[in-house]
Design a protein around this ligand. Structure first.
Ligand code: ADP
Ligand code: MG
Length: 379
């Protein structure tokens, strides 16, 4: 009976999400790594209790439970991680703007999840392959075009990764974001026309090479900057000429770990502060979007949120991976990431915008179903 009720609850919850546009969150716990085994603090504290719940064992008597749209345990495959992303990717072809984030401390598995090793590719590659597949399936009815761009945001400045130009000081040229009627655009950013997924893969490889230029350590650099792969699609209905436009942002965020002022100085402190600022700006924007009356959404507080302005509010769809280490050594950072993710998940996007009537009615009906069943909607 419990299982039946849980399944029913999930169904209703999913329908609500579909209509209301909650931010979906997938928690993914990576396997223990060697460095953790060496640290001596490798007691496993994150326990994936069900497909939607995890528990953090803070100490032998204190446990904190979190519920997400999906929980991927240490043994989860790249295909399992992608499962819930898939419908969002398809909706880009229906004309939605979609953001997929990977959030978590450095070393928690963000890049593994988004990019993945060469022989076991992650969300980015699966998403792009699927877009081209679905476009092919719809070939008789809609013709699609695709453009791809890749950039990174480092110290709150935007840098093109597909054709990095240098300024007069031999530093990567900083690009400006401008607000236009077409959304916020990065001036001068390279956009490649692509017709196959292998063209996108080549571009991603090139972006990776460009990203490491001028940095002493690729790993350090990549953990301190946000990487954004953007695919824009244009569709034309072959029967009635109706046009649609969609945008997919795939975002590998900078490491979310807190760096105390005593641990860092100079360039390192500046990096840490700009990461803190942009991640808090992301949280603040998401919170503001969830308010019933939106008077001010602080998009301009960081280049990250300003860039994503047209893909975070309104009818956009947002999904976040929260990546986690399983062991005690990283428990405090894991708890910080989990509470950030839990706050994001509670937000309902698009509540500032007027939904059409039929939607309102359906939402009311589903809320009633939930109430009658005695299910707490916030659970
Ligand atoms: P981040 O990008 O968050 O800094 P990485 O993706 O680089 O972290 O992951 C850190 C290490 O853990 C890497 O060696 C990576 O291969 C490994 N790793 C991360 N997630 C997984 C996973 N789901 N399965 C197996 N290994 C993983
Ligand atoms: Mg990384």
């Amino acid at each position: 009976l419990y299982q039946k009720e849980a399944a029913r609850r999930k169904l209703v919850h999913n329908k609500l999400i579909e209509l209301q546009g909650n931010i979906r969150v997938i928690a993914r716990v990576r396997p223990v790594v060697q460095a953790e085994l060496n640290s001596g603090e490798h007691r496993e504290v994150v326990d994936c209790t069900t497909n939607e719940d995890l528990v953090v064992h803070r100490d032998p008597t204190t446990r904190t439970r979190f519920e997400f749209d999906k929980v991927c345990d240490q043994g989860s495959s790249q295909a399992e991680a992608y499962e819930l992303v898939s419908p969002l990717v398809t909706s880009v072809l229906d004309g939605y703007n979609v953001c997929i984030f990977a959030y978590g401390q450095t070393g928690s598995g963000k890049t593994y999840t988004m990019e993945g090793p060469v022989d076991n590719r992650g969300v980015n590659y699966q998403a792009i392959a699927e877009m081209f597949e679905v476009a092919k399936e719809r070939e008789e009815d809609v013709s699609y075009t695709f453009k791809v761009s890749m950039l990174e945001i480092y110290n709150n400045t935007v840098r093109d990764l597909l054709s990095p130009t240098l300024d007069e000081f031999n530093q990567p040229k900083v690009l400006k974001i401008r607000q236009t009627s077409e959304g916020n655009v990065v001036q001068g950013l390279t956009e490649l026309d692509v017709v196959t997924s292998s063209m996108v893969e080549d571009a991603m490889k090139k972006a990776g090479d460009n990203r490491s230029v001028g940095s002493h350590s690729m790993n350090l650099h990549s953990s301190r900057s946000h990487l954004i792969v953007t695919v824009t699609t244009g569709g034309v209905d072959k029967h009635n000429g109706v046009k649609s436009k969609g945008k997919l942002h795939l975002i590998d965020l900078a490491g979310s770990e807190r760096i105390s002022k005593t641990d860092a100085s100079g360039e390192r402190l500046k990096e840490a502060q700009s990461i803190n600022n942009s991640l808090s700006a992301l949280g603040n924007v998401i919170n503001a979007l969830g308010k019933k009356k939106v008077d001010h959404v602080p998009y301009r507080d960081s280049q990250l949120t300003f860039l994503l302005q047209d893909s975070l509010g309104g009818n956009s769809k947002v999904m976040m991976f929260v990546n986690l280490s399983p062991v005690s050594y990283n428990m405090n950072e894991s708890l910080c990431s989990l509470s950030f993710a839990a706050r994001c998940r509670a937000v309902q996007l698009g509540s500032g915008k007027k939904n059409d009537n039929s939607k309102e009615k359906e939402i009311k009906r589903l809320k009633n179903v939930i109430r009658k069943a005695g299910i707490n909607e916030k659970d």
